[in-house]
Design a protein around this ligand. Structure first.
Ligand code: ADP
Ligand code: MG
Length: 240
């Protein structure tokens, strides 16, 4: 579903990604971890074309992200992205947040978009909040709305960038629970997170990045059992 081959990226003279390669199969859940500044966000932004890269190829469901002819807005509409900060539209109700892109990007009719949005809102346990505005919800609730909003676009894959790291501790699990359920239903997911409990529960593989490179790309049990690199070992010993 996602193929990343020899991707490098520079900001001026600074190499932010160096020769990154990995693949995510359909239905696979891949957790990406590593120290702050190691290039995790940059890598997943490259996957849905939010950041350009200068070398290598990324192919998502048969579409080459870097190719000049690629319709990036169309690709982005099929790859759900959930960020650390929920990025809901503050001036729109929860219902409107859930329906706007369905109508504007996918051309769905108001009724259809609303039915779909409300079904997903129910699925993340928030059907009572449809008429509220984002500011009236807790951080954990807003992040669940953001996930529902991404799912409303019928994504072929979901990318998460530290979706729980801005949340108060008591709200982390309500968001992770939604993500676990999604993983178990077979969604293809790349998840930047340091929530190793989540990784242990649902990840197929764990990627460890350091200084722009993929230092380790291993099956979950292998990663937690005996990480090959010293850097991954040191990182794990700090966060576990
Ligand atoms: P991570 O998500 O692992 O913390 P990032 O992908 O956000 O890492 O950043 C990787 C590196 O690239 C960091 O050193 C960061 O300072 C640098 N960086 C990120 N965005 C930019 C930018 N727009 N211009 C220059 N450097 C950047
Ligand atoms: Mg980041």
């Amino acid at each position: 579903m996602i193929s990343i081959q020899n991707v490098s990226k520079w900001y001026g003279d600074f190499q932010v990604l160096s020769d990154c390669s990995t693949e995510v199969q359909k239905g696979e859940v891949v957790v990406v971890c590593g120290p702050s500044g190691s290039g995790k966000s940059t890598l997943i932004k490259c996957v849905n074309g939010l950041e350009p890269f200068q070398a290598g190829t990324i192919v998502v469901n048969g579409t080459s992200v870097g190719a000049p002819k690629t319709d990036l807005p169309k690709l982005r509409s099929r790859v759900g992205m959930v960020f650390q900060h929920f990025e809901l539209f503050p001036h729109l109700s929860i219902t409107d947040n859930l329906t706007l892109a369905q109508r504007k990007v996918l051309g769905r009719k108001e009724d259809e978009a609303r039915t779909k949005g409300l079904a997903l809102l129910d699925r993340v346990g928030l059907s009572a909040h449809a008429a509220k505005f984002p500011g009236q919800l807790s951080g954990g609730q807003q992040q669940r709305v953001a996930i529902a909003r991404a799912l409303a676009m019928d994504p072929i894959a979901m990318l998460f960038d530290e979706p729980t790291s801005a949340l108060d501790p008591e709200m982390i699990n309500e968001v992770l629970d939604v993500m676990v359920e999604l993983a178990r239903e077979g969604m293809t997911m790349m998840v930047v997170t340091h929530e190793m409990g989540f990784a242990r529960k649902v990840a197929n593989r764990v990627i460890f990045m350091d200084r722009g490179a993929i230092v380790e790309d291993a099956a979950k049990d292998e990663f937690f059992g005996s990480p090959r690199s010293e850097r991954a070992q040191a990182f794990l010993s700090k966060i576990l």
